[in-house]
Design a protein around this ligand. Structure first.
Ligand code: ZN
Length: 308
């Protein structure tokens, strides 16, 4: 399995005590290493996405504004939850570049089964970033950028998002592009309160009340996502892999356990085997309890690799 990361993703910092902190990425990479799983990875060092790549999803004026306000020192708050440090834009460009490069390598992998899956251990997350707005700890929408890159080469993609928060930025990117199916499960009512009632055939929202447990989560995913993906027949599946729906997460109010993250990954891999020649590119989104994040990232990567 392909594995993308970069140490400079640790250099994006927000206020002390902010849950989206560099230790999250350390927890993921140290857990993957301690499990022995990463010994079998085909490791790649992420490269920053090019400016024209960013423009496939984001407004030029938004990109120019981010560049112009990027601080040389200290922090600049873009919203109450989201601040830029001197290392932010490079970290975000590496996160997006990891996903777009992973998409390219997976699409090029026609005769190499082991290169049909990729996991991108990166930060900042991306799925709240809309075409023209940073929000919710996100700047560049990495998974949307990866999907946009794929759509230059394949007919249809599916983006599956199991973060506890709705993937509003990804919906914003593809609400008028039916070639991309976007399925998002999320706690509701809950941040970001955007696009919850959108009525578009390629947007599948699965709102879940606080307190939703494993059985109800699995039932909702099978009910909503399986028929949508089977009807869409994607050539590639992209995954917004957030682990903040875990019961130990300090931000989310859902009650998933470790095994639910193995389960949903196997569910996604099965869909990819049916429709997409097994091709899956997954990127880290949320997950704020370091212990649960580390354990669940291991289960996710293990199931994603699936013996490849
Ligand atoms: Zn989240």
């Amino acid at each position: 399995m392909l594995f993308y990361t970069h140490d400079d993703c640790l250099n994006h910092e927000m206020l002390p005590g902010h849950p989206e902190r560099p230790d999250r990425l350390r927890a993921v990479n140290e857990s993957l290493s301690a499990s022995g799983l990463s010994d079998g990875f085909d490791c790649r060092t992420a490269e920053p996405i090019a400016a024209d790549g960013l423009a496939t999803v984001h407004d030029p004026a938004y990109l120019a504004r981010l560049n112009s306000v990027s601080p040389a020192s200290g922090l600049l708050a873009l919203d109450p939850d989201t601040a830029m440090s001197p290392g932010t834009l490079r970290a975000a460009a590496l996160a997006a570049g990891a996903v777009t490069d992973a998409v390219q390598e997976v699409l090029n992998s026609s005769d190499q089964r082991a290169s049909r899956r990729a996991f991108c251990a990166v930060r900042p997350p991306g799925h709240h970033a809309e075409a023209g707005a940073a929000m919710g700890f996100c700047f560049y929408n990495s998974i949307a950028l990866g999907a946009a890159q794929a759509l230059g080469q394949v007919d249809r993609v599916a983006i599956l998002d199991f973060d506890v928060h709705h993937g509003n930025g990804t919906v914003d990117a593809f609400r008028d592009r039916p070639e991309a199916l976007v399925c998002s499960s999320f706690q509701h009512p809950f941040y970001p309160y955007r696009y919850v009632d959108i009525d578009a055939p390629n947007i599948v929202n699965t709102p879940l009340p606080a307190g939703t447990d494993s059985a109800a989560f699995r039932h909702a995913i099978e009910r909503d996502w399986a028929p949508a993906v089977n009807a869409h027949r994607p050539d590639l599946i992209l995954v917004s892999a957030g682990f903040d729906a875990h019961r130990d997460d300090p931000l989310g109010g859902l009650l998933l356990n470790d095994e639910d993250f193995r389960w949903i990954t196997e569910f996604i891999v099965d869909l990819a085997e049916t429709h997409a020649s097994g091709r899956v590119v997954s990127a880290l989104e949320g997950g704020y309890d370091l212990a649960a994040l580390g354990r669940c990232a291991v289960l996710h990567a293990q199931a994603l690799g699936g013996g490849l």
